[in-house]
Design a binder for this molecule. Structure first.
Ligand SMILES: [Fe+2]
Length: 270
């Protein structure tokens, strides 16, 4: 699947990426999907785009979104149950049209969201509480190497963010820095990027940064990071359907093709 040639890049879907490890698809947990219906729509479209697994990463920010391990995993189970119910309803129909109706979906939707596996984790914001969560085992790692998606402070940190990252590593986790191209204080600073890479950090690029969704500078920083072969993962960072609908444009993007064909991406190993 995936590498059929019908555009300049030879990429028609995201099956080469397979797993999205940054997605705000869990309903009602943060500023992502507001309802179950929206979550299902996002998952259906992401399945159509070729994703086979989503690691749901609601914001974990002590002051704004103090989502607990229990709440996140509970909502993942709830979403999985709803999808299962829809699959069963779909299977009990008489023909294709009935099946789609039985699942409460329009003809054509066919509950494709159900074909996506869902796991839970978080987008862990680097704030005062983060190390406490790490040391109490409250965080939810993913992958064989105990990855944690870490969001750096949005303004230049007054504390040693490098020390915090080292402490996360010492606790047995591998930090993946969420969207390094998006922090104004870090974007385009190749020295700081290199320092983080040398420390053993892995970088996750937002796919929509290549579309300019987060501005020109983030787009340029994304190009620099790809050209410097610093990106190990990509993610949608999708908060709602608008973000999901933008993703297909990335398939035409030359830097995306360069990244996929570099063989450096680790998404499909998750
Ligand atoms: Fe995010």
């Amino acid at each position: 699947m995936g590498f059929f040639r019908n555009n300049n890049n030879g990429l028609t879907d995201f099956s080469a990426i397979a797993t999205d490890l940054h997605c705000h698809v869990l309903p009602g947990m943060d500023d992502g999907a507001a309802t179950m219906s929206e979550s299902l729509k996002m998952l259906t479209e992401m399945a159509r785009l070729g994703f086979t697994k989503i690691i749901a990463t609601p914001h974990v920010v002590s002051t704004l979104y103090p989502n607990t391990r229990e709440q996140i995993l509970g909502q993942v189970s709830h979403l999985q149950e709803v999808i299962e119910e829809r699959l069963k309803a779909q299977g009990s129909g008489q023909n294709e049209g009935d099946k789609a109706q039985g699942a409460g979906l329009k003809e054509g939707d066919k509950a494709q969201g159900a074909r996506i596996k869902i796991e839970g984790s978080g987008e862990y914001h680097m704030d005062d509480e983060l190390l406490g969560l790490v040391h109490s085992g409250e965080v939810i790692p993913f992958g064989k190497l105990n990855y944690l998606l870490v969001e750096l402070p949005w303004s230049k940190p007054w504390f040693s963010y490098e020390e915090v990252l080292r402490e996360i590593q010492a606790a047995g986790y591998v930090p993946i820095i969420a969207h390094p191209e998006r922090y104004a204080w870090l974007m385009g600073n190749m020295k700081l990027y290199q320092k983080l890479i040398d420390m053993g950090m892995l970088f996750q690029l937002n796919l929509n940064s290549l579309n300019g969704l987060y501005g020109f500078q983030a787009r340029m920083a994304a190009h620099q990071l790809i050209d410097a072969e610093m990106i190990s993962f990509t993610g949608s960072d999708a908060h709602y359907m608008g973000h999901v609908n933008e993703l297909s444009k990335v398939l035409q993007n030359k830097h995306f093709a360069k990244l996929v064909h570099s063989g450096r991406l680790l998404n499909s190993e998750l």
